[in-house]
Design a protein around this ligand. Structure first.
Ligand code: RB5
Length: 145
């Protein structure tokens, strides 16, 4: 599994923490920035991750900003992206099983690093359930036009 990760300035610390986790797990990842702590605009950093997942260059994406909200809005504007904003482990599991999400958004100002690690681990390891959820995903794809 190849993972793309980025943040804005509000998510830099949590991004570094999650990169450590991905490295500990031996997962293949690409850090798409930002390179320093200067203030940046979250759509500029959501786009390369979302485009990379939508094009198939990456299997999954992880986006972090202060709240996770801006990143999730931006990612969901890219065709082929199903991004979930998640701040609890139950939703991390459910959104993989039910929504087959390919991008995860989190807010560094909302949760701590321990919970974020649990969320990422759960989200990465939970398979899509398929079945009745397949039909719903197809309807989501129809909405994209
Ligand atoms: C940046 O201050 C903040 O607005 C951003 O990180 C994010 O929370 C936006 O949704």
């Amino acid at each position: 599994m190849k993972i793309a990760i980025s943040s804005d300035h509000g998510g830099n610390n949590l991004r570094r923490e999650i990169i450590e986790l991905l490295a500990e797990k031996g997962l293949e990842y690409e850090d798409l920035g930002p390179k320093d702590d200067e203030s940046v605009d979250y759509p500029d950093y959501a786009k390369p991750v979302a485009d990379g997942v939508a094009s198939g260059n990456f299997d999954r994406g992880i986006l972090i900003c202060g709240t996770g909200i801006g990143m999730s809005i931006a990612a969901n504007k890219v065709k082929g992206i199903r991004c979930a904003l998640v701040h609890d482990v139950f939703s991390a599991k459910a959104t993989r099983e039910h929504n087959d999400t390919n991008v995860l958004a989190m807010g560094e100002r909302v949760i701590g690093p321990g919970l974020a690690r649990e969320i990422v681990s759960t989200w990465l390891s939970t398979p899509f359930s398929g079945g009745r959820h397949e039909r719903r995903i197809e309807k989501l794809i129809e909405l994209e036009g």
